[in-house]
Design a protein around this ligand. Sequence first.
Ligand code: FMN
Length: 175
Amino acid sequence: MRVDSSLIHRLFYPQVPLVMAAQHRGRVSAMPVVSYLSVSEKPPMVGVGCMPTGFTCTLALKARAFSLSVLDRSQSDAMAKLASASGAKIKDKLSEAGLPHSIGRRWKVPVLKDALATIECRLAATPRFGDHLVLVGEVVAARASDAFSNSWDFNRYRPMLYTGWRDGLTFYGSP
Ligand SMILES: Cc1cc2nc3c(=O)[nH]c(=O)nc-3n(C[C@H](O)[C@H](O)[C@H](O)COP(=O)(O)O)c2cc1C
């Protein structure tokens, strides 16, 4: 069958969503992202495809920084909350979603207390492709829990595998 252009990204499913977060002048916002990639190893750089109208994207552009966090499948309710509302009218969207956080060790970005891994990024470039910006970040710090030791121990980390949105986040296999 012919695939409509609005559905092309669904051919990539299932995908592991990460939490992209930013803070600026007392405001904290975050959103699930699947359009991320590892751009460079030396220096370490990552990129995230963002809708420029999103509040988290706007905040990351103002702060010139963002973080990316890995959550376990058991935290899928919090991930769903981040997807359901815009941070535009919420002072601290992470806390509102039940995700306590503190400031990064190296950079002024939110670091989620219960994340299995967090990457702190300084914004390095923001190329535009069509209707999205790619926020390219230089990694200034990256930390992971004991579930990661050069690679993930999948007995201790159960990834979320996002398959789409049908009245909420849906996952591949059992929740
Ligand atoms: C699993 C999942 C992955 C998503 N991935 C992206 C993404 O990569 N880039 C993006 O701009 N929006 C993505 N979205 C949409 C945003 O998370 C959503 O629009 C969010 O409500 C934006 O919140 P904000 O306005 O507070 O930033 C995704 C949504 C879901 C549920």
